[in-house]
Design a protein around this ligand. Structure first.
Ligand SMILES: Cc1ncc(COP(=O)(O)O)c(C=O)c1O
Length: 369
């Protein structure tokens, strides 16, 4: 019998009947997109869950970030201090918005933007800091806020990995001026494809612009004020989100059980380092990253050996975004030794809500034996 393939992630699904009930009204009202009742209901539920005043739903996280940057309307060529240790989406959003990414190194504990390196990167063209909360480990949000305030910079967080995370008891959406979440199918909370934006100052008229930009720039039926895009979430996606939100805590606790089993098997093994969140973080167990540094196999060898057994771990994040082919000629020489080291040694092992402990054992057996 063919062995079941184990991928790095696997989408969690609500019970089919529950989803069918949620989408049933769409057969009556025939309103499938354009900010219909499901999107509105999901936004309301998310305001409560994320403890913020306003949430806008999007077709995906990437377009949410691009739309936010367009609404901020920084002069073309403005600089944005950012991390190379992220999904290429973060860098693309900056560049596609006509802005210049200034790659700054990460710190070695949670692999997020190193506050010690931010100030030296600020010039008179710097307008914003765009940092990623990597693997659900939050950035040093307090120090970044102080630096931004001192220099009059906007703080944008890529919280694609961070749904459900709190920092010192406060929801992660409450740190920074603008926060983007991805609700892609592989995330802890998903809407099939999707993304969210939260905006600290909901009275900021630029938040209103975001809604217009995501709908082709319309301010009224016969009035287009902005060079907009189409970044609206569909009603089917929103319905999936409504269902998934009900099962979120249960899914996170199942991920936690898999995480515990991994730690039992892999902690204390020479050459294997498992990064952990701060004690004051309520984590979402989105990934299980491991650093192979001094282990008898290097990262690539571990990945290949797992693949021989039908287990597909991923090198999140390798290459660094500034070293991707499209960017390396211009940005490949950035001074980012910590990011380089982590990127060359990290492997994210399979992690999803229906990963049973015996499958974790199977994965660990391949690594250790
Ligand atoms: C850190 C980070 N930023 C942005 C994105 C893009 O999100 P989306 O796939 O929803 O466009 C991802 C996607 O996985 C991501 O991991």
């Amino acid at each position: 019998m063919k062995k079941q393939r184990i991928n790095v992630t696997r989408s969690s699904m609500p019970p089919l009947e529950e989803y069918i009930e949620e989408i049933r009204p769409l057969w009556e009202n025939r309103w499938l997109s354009n900010h219909g009742e499901k999107c509105k209901a999901l936004e309301e539920q998310l305001q409560e869950f994320l403890a913020v005043d306003h949430v806008a739903t999007f077709a995906n996280g990437h377009l949410a970030l691009e739309t936010a940057l367009q609404a901020l309307a920084f002069p073309p060529g403005s600089e944005v201090i950012t991390t190379p240790y992220t999904h290429v989406s973060t860098t693309h959003a900056i560049v596609r918005s006509g802005l210049v990414p200034v790659f700054t190194d990460i710190e070695p504990v949670h692999y997020t933007l190193d506050p010690d390196r931010i100030e030296e990167a600020i010039t008179d063209k710097t307008k914003a800091i765009l940092a990623t909360h990597v693997y659900g480990f939050h950035c040093d949000v307090e120090r970044i806020a102080r630096i931004a305030e001192k220099h009059g910079l906007t703080v944008i967080y890529d919280a694609a990995h961070c749904f459900g995370v709190t920092c010192k008891g406060t929801g992660i959406a409450n740190f920074g001026d603008i926060v983007m979440f991805s609700t892609h199918a592989t995330k802890v909370f998903h809407t099939i494809e999707g993304g969210l934006l939260t905006w600290k100052d909901a009275d900021d008229e630029r938040f209103e612009q975001v809604r217009r930009i995501q709908n082709f720039g319309h301010v009224a039926e016969d009035d287009v004020h902005y060079i907009g895009t189409n970044a609206k979430m569909t009603e089917f996606s929103a319905a999936m989100g409504i269902c998934n939100l009900r099962h979120l805590e249960e899914n996170i606790s199942r991920r936690k059980a898999a995480d515990t089993r991994y730690c039992e098997r892999l902690s204390g093994i020479p050459g294997i380092h498992i990064p952990r969140p701060d004690a004051d973080t309520k984590w979402n167990y989105i990934y299980f990253p491991v650093i192979f540094d001094g282990f008898r196999l290097n990262r690539d060898e571990v990945k290949d050996r797992l693949a021989e057994h039908g287990i597909y771990a991923r090198k999140y994040f390798y290459p660094l975004t500034n070293e991707e082919n499209v960017y390396k000629a211009q940005y490949g020489r950035a001074d980012i030794p910590v990011a380089r080291h982590i990127s060359r040694n990290v492997l994210t092992l399979p992690m999803f809500s229906d990963l049973p402990p015996n499958m974790v054992d199977e994965i660990c057996d391949v690594i250790l034996n």
